[in-house]
Design a binder for this molecule. Sequence first.
Ligand code: SF4
Ligand code: F3S
Ligand code: FES
Length: 246
Amino acid sequence: MGRHLTFEIFRFNPEDKDSVPHMETFHLEETERMTLFIALTRIREEQDPSLQFDFCCRAGICGSCAMMINGRPGLACKTLTRELPSEITLLPLPVFKLIGDLSVDTGTWYRAMNEKVESWIHTHRSFDPRAEEQRMDNALAEEIYELERCVECGCCVASCGTANMREDFLGASALNRIARFMMDPRDERSSKEYFEVVGTDEGIFGCMGLLACEDVCPKNLPLQDQLGILRRKMGWQAVKHLFRMG
Ligand code: SF4
Ligand code: F3S
Ligand code: FES
């Protein structure tokens, strides 16, 4: 027989002037292979239809169901209740704008971040539909793909002390994004141009090396390696900049 689960869930509707932030308790009997997504869906269907939380793919791909699970950011659809104690506390991710209860607006944050770091291939080549596609070295394509696996769930940002204290900090996922473009031979930005985007206090020099980002990343991205590489490359650029070497 399954355990008796107790959920403490954050409730607040910023759109309702009478709403006050508080925790609400729900109870459920655990079923086999129950995920937090299944538990929340059952609570909404059977106990409180007003409960707000996000989901889309239910497979760890869209990144929309991230929340604080017993104090740690994670994906609700990929977290089995059997991995947790029978008392489960759920809160919305910090840093992002609260929509209501467990739902936050990561989309606006990620759009602004992608615009800030100009998260697209910069090339002067004009598009020619008849041109033959340039083949990329397999090993390099795989390295780039590894960093492309980010689902923009926001867990790394929510776990980061710097991002929690400073609104202007780019965060690990943006720094990972830049590292990905620096690897890509199709991106024609110069080291100086990358330095202007990321060699700043908002960028890699604002990172205090707390490393919670890598610990919580549900896609196991090698964030620690990428931040280290970026710090070394940008450190060298900073020296060049200081001594006006180019
Ligand atoms: Fe989520 Fe990992 Fe991407 Fe951060 S780097 S947004 S934790 S998938
Ligand atoms: Fe934050 Fe990760 Fe740096 S947790 S401070 S981005 S190492
Ligand atoms: Fe898409 Fe969880 S619902 S990652």
